[in-house]
Design a protein around this ligand. Sequence first.
Ligand code: HEC
Length: 178
Amino acid sequence: MKTIFFLILGLGLCFSAFGDSFESEAQKLAQDLKVNLVKNLTHKIEKDGVVKAIPFCHENVKPIAKEAAGERVAKFEFGRTSHKVRNQMNRPPVWAESYLKEFQGKLKSDVTKNFLLIEHEGKRIYLEPLYVEAKCLLCHGEKVSAQVSEKIKSLYPQDQAIGFKQGEFRGFIWVKEK
Ligand code: HEC
């Protein structure tokens, strides 16, 4: 009886240790960030239309992400990056460059890895590829409306994040231990 008790306790500890691993924590954080960003953006588009959703995105991405991360901001840094950025603040960190090269131009259907775990200067980093879905085309696609295009150019004069096709690799969401 005792043995079984300790066996169960041991298994429980194993699983909780596994649950706390960098990989699963980073994956969960990336998921929470994605869900919250998409939820807020979709809501804004439905309520006020695409053109108004652009400045909303401009001002609110960071606060939304911070709120979604909650206490985890103490432990992790996170963000989005791409080979073609809209906001210059999202320009690739050095450790992301070779992975962006590897993924750029690829389609979701060609890629087998759902995420990458890398290390830079002793810190672990989780990278998850993001792909262009139908709803992203409104602001990142090949045929963006004149009004949307104008709004984007006024806020992001150096925008490169345009001309994407559905299913194409758009960039990474990343989580790095502090
Ligand atoms: C309403 C227009 C709009 C839609 C729809 C939209 N985006 Fe964006 N996207 C933006 C804006 C504006 C920025 C710049 C945000 C900022 O200032 O940080 C951006 C930035 C990004 C970035 C960060 C890298 C960069 O270029 O600065 C990624 C990655 C991204 N979008 C992916 C997506 C994906 C994937 C979708 C679909 C699920 C999507 N976006 C839908 C407007 C949009």
